[in-house]
Design a protein around this ligand. Structure first.
Ligand SMILES: Nc1ncnc2c1ncn2[C@@H]1O[C@H](COP(=O)(O)OP(=O)(O)OP(=O)(O)O)[C@@H](O)[C@H]1O
Ligand SMILES: [Mg+2]
Length: 231
């Protein structure tokens, strides 16, 4: 579904992502794991058309999308839950969700599905989004991305700033989405949760993929155990 090959990305003169290649097939949950500053956000911003200082190839559903603008990419069926969530604090929960349709009213009937996945959003639909807890705001950000009925959902560190209990809740909802057939690319520093959830993973360090493999295989890798899992 998504295939990135030989991708290099720059911030001004700074070369941040080096010769990156990875892919996500339909129905897969794939994680890109790596520490602070590894280049995770830079990579997804490039996929979403938000950074065009890049070379290489990004193919989505067989078409090269590198260089297209963000709106065109969104309309092809890619949705990003951004690292900073970017919800509108002074707007009610349901209005934040409606923004996610991207102006396509055909997607309005997805609201019920999102409320089924996150019942707390239904309970609080008229509440200002800024009054939600951190975990609820993350659920809202995921719900909003789902309103566009994406073919591929990309999440940039959904566990950031959440208590272990809430991280568990958010990951259970991602597991549910996976069971329903959603294709997911998850960027995480929370390596244990990411590898427990996903089928496959890539390890990104200093802008380069240094390892890739099945989630179980990565979980048993000595470098990953030492660097990320605290063994
Ligand atoms: N707008 C920018 N201008 C210049 N350098 C940037 C910019 N954004 C990111 N960088 C640099 O690019 C590198 C990769 O950053 P990026 O945000 O992609 O990492 P990340 O893996 O998402 O990290 P984190 O886990 O902290 O979110 C870092 O060295 C960062 O300082
Ligand atoms: Mg980041």
């Amino acid at each position: 579904m998504l295939s990135v090959s030989g991708l290099n990305v720059f911030h001004a003169n700074l070369h941040v992502v080096w010769d990156l290649s990875f892919h996500v097939d339909e129905g897969e949950l794939v994680t890109l794991i790596g520490p602070n500053g590894a280049g995770k956000t830079t990579t997804v911003e490039t996929i979403m058309g938000l950074n065009r200082h890049a070379t290489g190839s990004i193919r989505f559903l067989g078409k090269d999308i590198l260089g297209e603008n963000a709106h065109a990419i969104f309309r092809k069926g890619l949705a990003l839950v951004p690292e900073k969530r970017e919800i509108f604090a002074k707007m009610p929960v349901y209005e934040n969700l409606l923004l996610g349709t991207g102006g396509n009213d055909a997607n309005l009937d997805r609201l019920d599905r999102i409320y089924a996945l996150f019942p707390v959003l239904k309970e609080r639909e008229r509440q200002m989004a800024g009054t939600l807890s951190g975990g609820e705001q993350q659920m809202l950000a995921i719900g909003r991305a789902l309103m566009s009925d994406p073919k591929l959902l990309i999440l940039d560190e959904p566990s950031t700033g959440l208590s272990p209990l809430l991280v568990g809740q958010v990951f259970r909802s991602l597991e549910q989405l996976g069971r329903e057939g959603m294709t997911v690319l998850l960027l995480e520093q929370n390596v244990r949760h990411a590898l427990e959830l996903c089928h496959r993973g890539y390890v990104l360090e200093n802008g380069r993929i240094i390892k890739e493999g099945g989630a179980k295989e990565l979980m048993h890798d000595p470098h990953i155990q030492k660097a990320y899992l605290g063994f």
